[in-house]
Design a protein. Structure first.
Length: 343
């Protein structure tokens, strides 16, 4: 091994594939266990609230003595619902997920130049045929995505801006990145996380938007409606349950979500350069994408792991982690004399 290369940084492709499969398994187990624990916690809090506030006398003691068994049932129910949700979301996600951000399959005879670029990179990556191309037709910004649990069923999609505003060389560069993600299992990881957590993150985002846009009148109306109900305690518990699972729990599970996407993107940049045979093409493709707008309104943060560049909003240019990715790629190529230094 050459001097200066850390042995623990050398990661054969098959090790990376195995690592992604392990991450997927660990994530699914953690999701089911989290749902079970959350269900038990909600049931316990609701039970204590009901015993203290609603019940009186001997009924309280009897109810509390039965509460542990009820919580065990809640664990089973929570785990069962989480498993059912997971099975449903992972049933053909390559068809379900693109529809979440407005993508549709392209028709035969359309976007031939883009399909040719995709085919070139699929062949370079060792696939017998290229994935089906999908299009986000109402988005004139530049980005692309890959979705699939298996290579044989994976799909690749682009925005209309990608097809109309990028040169064939730039398109091949972005497809090279996506094809290496498919080959390494990064797309498997991104697909599972996006399919399972995407709807929950969307609920979380909707809650935050509702909170930001709510005014005193809306809050007053909500309190009035609550006070008019026969018993507001159930609404309080339901709001707590939804708020905890959609905000607190998902915040914990989302920790590192964006950073993991950035690391996967940088690895795919490096591997994609090998497919392109011209490292400068990868730099140019990323540069041209970031010079344009790479946000995808229908995707947001919930599905950004699937995209070539982070598709969500919320960054000033100086804080955009994609610019750090561009800077690191430029530093590597500049060190080889392949990219000009930027003052």
């Amino acid at each position: 091994m050459r001097s200066g290369v850390r042995r623990d940084r050398v990661e054969p492709l098959w090790d990376r594939i195995d690592a992604n499969r392990f991450k997927v398994g660990a994530f699914l187990v953690a999701f089911v266990l989290s749902a079970a624990v959350a269900a038990a916690l909600f049931t316990g809090l609701a039970g204590v609230f009901a015993a203290v506030v609603l019940l009186r006398g001997d009924g309280t003691t009897t109810f509390l003595s039965a509460l542990p068994m009820v919580m065990v049932g809640a664990v089973v129910l929570g785990a069962g619902l989480a498993i059912a949700h997971t099975v449903r979301m992972l049933a053909h996600p390559e068809r379900r997920l693109p529809g979440q951000f407005g993508a549709l399959p392209t028709q035969m005879g359309t976007f031939l130049e883009t399909k040719s670029a995709l085919r070139d990179m699929a062949i370079a990556a060792g696939y017998p045929h290229s994935p089906q191309l999908w299009m986000i037709d109402d988005c004139d910004r530049i980005n692309a995505f890959a979705v699939g649990l298996k290579d044989s069923r994976a799909v690749v999609g682009v925005t209309r801006g990608f097809a109309e505003r990028l040169t064939p060389d730039d398109q091949r560069a972005l497809f090279a990145n996506l094809m290496t993600r498919l080959r390494s299992g990064d797309t498997l990881w991104a697909t599972v996380v996006s399919a399972v957590m995407g709807p929950i993150w969307a609920t979380r985002a909707a809650q935050f938007r509702a909170q930001e846009t709510s005014d005193e009148t809306a809050e007053g109306a909500g309190l009035a409606a609550l006070s008019q109900s026969r018993d507001g305690s159930g609404s309080i518990v339901a709001m707590f349950v939804l708020g905890f699972f959609a905000v607190v729990l998902t915040e914990l599970m989302m920790a590192g979500h964006e950073r993991a996407a950035m690391v996967a993107a940088e690895k795919a940049d490096a591997e994609g350069m090998l497919l392109l045979k011209d490292p400068r093409a990868m730099l140019d493709g990323l540069q041209h994408t970031l010079d344009a707008n790479n946000t995808v309104p229908g995707a947001g943060e919930e599905y950004s792991m699937l995209f070539y560049c982070w598709a969500g909003f919320g960054y000033a240019p100086e804080d955009d982690p994609e610019m750090e990715r561009l800077g690191r790629l430029r530093e590597v190529l500049s060190a080889e004399g392949l990219a000009p230094a930027v003052p």
